[in-house]
Ligand binder design. Structure first.
Ligand code: P6P
Length: 297
């Protein structure tokens, strides 16, 4: 078994340490901040709080050279030459924050790149996500494989620590897919995707909650396919390559699944800009292969 990368471990220790604080702050931060992020989306107070907490925690990790956030236009230099021993850590601080008002699942997405961003997903050395569901869990993928952890406060004193308890040290996609979740509106799907969706609807159960992390975790747990596809009026879809698609593709491919932008692995997409969007499809390989065939007809 490969030894853990100490910088990767320190990054996920820092992400885990912020999770209870982010979760505790959510009830009071369901309001809009009055600002927009670089993708032109309304930023909630919860997004800003999570971003600031994670920037501080990750900026203090030795071996992290730059902090890059979906909520910030540019990378923040936090010391160390990225790609020469230091990593760039890309964060979606509060994925699915629109679920805050409806009190549904949301999460934090992490990508650890061994190259300055924007960069190909092939430069990822690890990726993971925190899921704020009924319990707080963290899925971590690195060169050793994929594991699921429960993240809890360690006691309730003035300055409690956090424990990371591995509950599954070898996450793999179930062979038999069960669920699917497709983003966007049916009328906005291109014809080829709509036909693929009709087939899948007749085979699997719908699980779509409006937060990628929650919906992907359904696929991770039960097998199936998640997609936020290209739309007729948005051919690049909605999800960001650096902060959402690459980390999720790295995780699902590490579990024996597949990812696609519609024609090939997400990890092979060469970005132009830090906030590029990309159509994202991930899940069991057979389902992703069928999607690529459907879009190729
Ligand atoms: P829609 C959340 O805003 C997000 O970025 C992803 O977490 C989620 O998959 C998607 O957007 C949901 O988009 O159009 O269904 O609201």
């Amino acid at each position: 078994m490969t030894d853990p990368d100490p910088i990767v471990e320190a990054v996920f220790d820092a992400v885990a340490a912020t999770a209870p604080e982010i979760r505790d702050a959510l009830p009071g931060r369901r309001v809009e901040s009055g600002t927009e992020n670089p993708s032109g989306e309304t930023v909630l107070a919860g997004d800003m709080y999570a971003d600031e907490l994670l920037a501080e925690a990750l900026g203090a990790v030795d071996g992290v050279g730059s902090f890059v956030s979906e909520e910030r236009p540019e990378a923040v230099d936090v010391g160390g030459a990225v790609g020469e021993g230091a990593y760039a850590v890309a964060i979606d601080p509060l994925d699915g924050s629109s679920n805050l008002r409806s009190n549904n699942a949301m999460g934090t997405v992490v990508g650890i790149y061994d190259a300055p961003l924007p960069a190909s997903g092939r430069t990822l050395v690890a990726a993971g996500y925190v899921l704020y569901g009924p319990i707080t869990t963290m899925v971590v993928a690195d060169e050793r494989g994929v594991r699921e952890e429960v993240v809890e406060r360690d006691g309730d004193g003035d300055d409690p620590g956090v424990t990371r308890s591995v509950v599954d040290d070898d996450l793999t996609l179930p062979d038999q897919p069960t669920v699917y979740g497709f983003g966007g509106r049916v009328p906005d799907w291109p014809d080829a995707f709509r036909e693929y969706a009709r087939e899948i609807e007749n085979e699997l159960k719908l699980r779509y909650g409006g937060a990628m992390v929650g919906d992907v975790n359904q696929v991770v747990t039960y097998g199936g396919v998640f997609a936020y596809p290209a739309l007729v009026d948005a051919p690049d879809g909605k999800l960001r390559l650096s902060f959402e698609a690459n980390p999720i593709a790295y995780i699902v491919e590490s579990m024996g699944g597949a990812s696609s932008d519609g024609s090939g692995s997400i990890l092979d997409v060469e970005p132009d800009g830090l906030h590029d969007r990309v159509p994202l499809h991930v899940g069991n390989e057979e389902l992703v292969d069928r999607l690529e065939s459907a879009l190729d007809e």
